[in-house]
Design a protein around this ligand. Structure first.
Ligand code: AMP
Ligand code: MN
Ligand code: MN
Length: 317
């Protein structure tokens, strides 16, 4: 199965849907919208369905085309930036029953859930895979598509800072800048500017920061009550897990977010040597070596915290 096979499937697709993971981040939205623009260029009948879009991504080209839901039947479904079917938003409604299922992704723990899996775990963002795949399919990376791809790259690399960044990351940024995309503006919109609620959530989480194992592990959390109090919107918790990670001496940062129906969404980040994807895998999640997550539905905050810290300790030098 090659990129050529996937192109043939896309060409044969009559009614196409693009989907991505729940709690979508910049790579999820940017890759979805870039793919939407690409399929439009191929004159395909295509929908992109993402029920919840963080406000900071609404400026993106094609964002006004995003549907929250749909009654259509799709014969071809494409998933982007999603490691497994459990996290794929709309899996049961739109993906499962499509005649042909394609996915493009960069998670090392990808379960290869599609008929056509194009997964490259070396790439720092799904959007960076698309910077190569789209031209291979003779799709022109316009300013609009480029802006969406740049968004995925900037957000998944933490603004060109993470270790996964490659020379190609900067080459694409330089190329798209020359093409006239305001890189600085995109950067500010998707990474720098935060909503007031996001700032308030961040402040609460900072005030609760705890240190373990001689400062190698940080732990903090926000409750559902906190989110209600600050009138948080989708995505307002983004960035909190980085606060702990960026403190000198810290190897692993743990952040818990209480979910509306109970349970906790866990985010882990590491700096040098701990593979947090391995830790999250033990709790049914996954991700990348230095950024991973899982959802834990049983236990109190204290119990979940103890479990995570105990597991993390085993990986510290
Ligand atoms: P997060 O902490 O939610 O920002 O996620 C960090 C990384 O881990 C992202 O690449 C996610 O796609 C991935 N991830 C988060 N939760 C899960 C999960 N339950 N299963 C697999 N991958 C996950
Ligand atoms: Mn993502
Ligand atoms: Mn990604």
């Amino acid at each position: 199965m090659t990129l050529d096979d996937i192109k043939v499937q896309i060409q044969n697709g009559k009614k196409i849907v693009i989907l991505t993971h729940e709690n979508p981040d910049g790579d999820a939205i940017g890759s979805s919208l870039a793919m939407y623009g690409a399929l439009q260029q191929l004159k395909k009948d295509v929908d992109v369905i993402i029920p919840e879009v963080p406000r900071c991504f609404k400026f993106l080209p094609f964002a006004d085309k995003i549907k929250k839901e749909s009654k259509e039947k799709y014969d071809l479904a494409i998933a982007v930036d999603c490691a497994n079917e459990k996290r794929l938003k709309g899996f049961e409604d739109y993906y499962e029953n499509a005649k042909v299922k394609i996915q493009i992704d960069h998670h090392g723990v990808n379960t290869m859930f599609a008929d056509y899996n194009y997964v490259d775990p070396v790439e720092p963002a799904c959007a960076q895979i698309l910077t190569k795949v789209l031209p291979y399919w003779n799709i022109d990376i316009t300013k609009e598509i480029g802006t969406c791809l740049l968004t995925g790259i900037i957000t998944d690399t933490g603004g060109f800072r993470h270790s996964g960044v490659t020379a190609e990351t900067f080459e694409f940024a330089a190329w798209i800048l020359r093409k006239g995309v305001n890189v600085s503006n995109v950067y500010r919109n998707v990474l720098q500017t935060v909503s007031k609620s996001s700032f308030e959530l961040n402040t609460i989480a900072r005030s609760r920061m705890e240190f373990y194992e001689n400062g190698k592990i940080t732990f903090t959390y926000i409750t559902y009550e906190d989110e209600k109090k600050v009138k948080a919107e989708t995505g307002d918790h983004e960035g909190i897990v980085d606060v702990g990670r960026d403190i000198e001496g810290v190897e692993v940062s743990i952040f818990l977010r209480e979910l509306e129906n109970g349970g906790y969404k866990v985010s882990l980040r590491s700096n040098d040597y701990v593979n947090v994807s391995d830790i999250c895998l033990m709790f049914g999640g996954g991700g990348h070596v230095k950024a991973a997550g899982c959802t834990i539905t049983s236990g109190t905050l204290e119990q979940v915290k103890e479990k995570l810290i105990a597991q993390t300790k085993l990986y510290l030098k």
